[in-house]
Design a protein around this ligand. Sequence first.
Ligand SMILES: [Zn+2]
Length: 316
Amino acid sequence: MYIGIDLGGTNIAVGLVDKKGKIIQKASTPTLRHRHWSEIIRDMVILTHKVTAAADKNLADIKVVGIGIPGNIDNENGIVVRAANLNMVNVPIAEEFRKYIDIPVNLENDANAAAYGEYFMQDPHRDNFLMVTLGTGVGGGIVIKGKIFRGFNGAGGEIGHHVIHEGGEKCACGRLGCYEAYASVTALINQTKKKMALCSDSLMHQWAQQNGAINGFTAFDCARQGDTAAIEVRDKYITYVSEGIVNLINIFQPETVVIGGGISFEGETLLAPIREFVKKHEFNKQEPRTQIEVAKLFNDAGIVGAAMSAKKQKFL
Ligand SMILES: [Zn+2]
């Protein structure tokens, strides 16, 4: 058995996971991210006891604990170098956790953990894999020959921060024109709002009123109803997403690219034009080509990936 912990800015989710990546028990509690990190770790320990007991297991049945954290990780030493959202700088999480439960602990960046979860649960299994998560930002992870690619300092794999438009939209990282500034859901919402301001008769105004807000589905929903302005927003957004995916495929040539995040619920509406764009623009023209799919595990990817990458890392 393995423990997978998804430490987010909002919730701490802990799962007891078997060797096939199946979650046996799961529990969570609010992170309350402004408190001291030692209290957050204590809650992870409490939830670890809870899920283990709920499954009628003992701590002795657990081989390793994996923790996914939104920040820069020193995987080798079990240290969070920096996690801005959690106010953590140089926090020895692994050592602190082991004061309570003495089991090997493996830390992973949360996006890498989620990517590894999706990678691990693929069917059929392929060894070179890339996940692009379209959310508030654009995150993701790169798996090369079965191993998470972290770069020499653990800060690698930031696929949201390659520029697709020189001098373009300002990104949260400070640079102009990053992929994230065009392909995140935050960017999509901005694109939707801009179009709405220009098209007062667009169905999107009515939609926003009915739903109480403008979100990532506004343009997609209204496009389905034939609204011209919405179709333009949707198609342009999908082109931005596709441009980044072509870049990533050209560099890595993974067997699979998986698209995650809430917008992936659009399924084929999103995938079909991306596949078409990639086929037309990617450098490689030979078959076989990269498969493009949507994520399958959603919220569980972090738990499964943290647990299974810990399993792999500690050779258990
Ligand atoms: Zn950026």
